[in-house]
Design a protein around this ligand. Structure first.
Ligand SMILES: [Zn+2]
Length: 147
């Protein structure tokens, strides 16, 4: 890939990154960390329909990991219905997180491209400049004539 293609590609990724940053800055409302799960349960009554396969539910549960991934996942019972505010908070958290993840991927790509771009500008032939070569040949010639 030549450097003009690389420039174009890098500029595109930077624009994409800037868009994501702009979107993240526009988050104004509460986020709720966690993910939602539905569960069906059996109760403790022996004659209940749930013992014949018709389980109770669905009930909403939320699971979340406390900060630092070493912590245990916490499960919290929400109820038969979920509050709109909570649902919105959870979905906002998810889309915030998605954008951060996308930015991270872009940064990795960009890092590779910056290196490739730098290398496309390298010219190692300058290390072997002709003046030096000539000089070396002359010196060698002098020495040859002396001996
Ligand atoms: Zn039951």
């Amino acid at each position: 890939m030549d450097s003009s293609q690389l420039r174009k590609q890098i500029a595109e990724l930077l624009a994409k990154r800037a868009r994501l940053e702009k979107e993240l800055l526009q988050f104004r409302y509460t986020l709720v960390k966690g993910s939602l799960h539905l569960r069906y349960m059996e109760c403790s009554y022996s004659g209940c329909k749930c013992k014949r396969g018709q389980k109770h539910g669905p009930f909403y549960y939320m699971s979340s990991k406390p900060d630092g991934s070493s912590g245990r996942t916490l499960h919290r019972y929400i109820g038969k219905t979920i509050q709109t505010q909570l649902a919105k908070g959870l979905s906002r958290y998810k889309s915030f997180q998605d954008r951060i993840h996308q930015m991270h991927k872009l940064d990795q790509k960009l890092s590779t491209l910056w290196n490739t771009f730098r290398d496309s500008l390298l010219d190692n032939t300058l290390l072997y400049n002709k003046e030096e070569k000539k000089e070396r040949t002359v010196k060698k010639g002098e020495r040859d004539s002396r001996s």
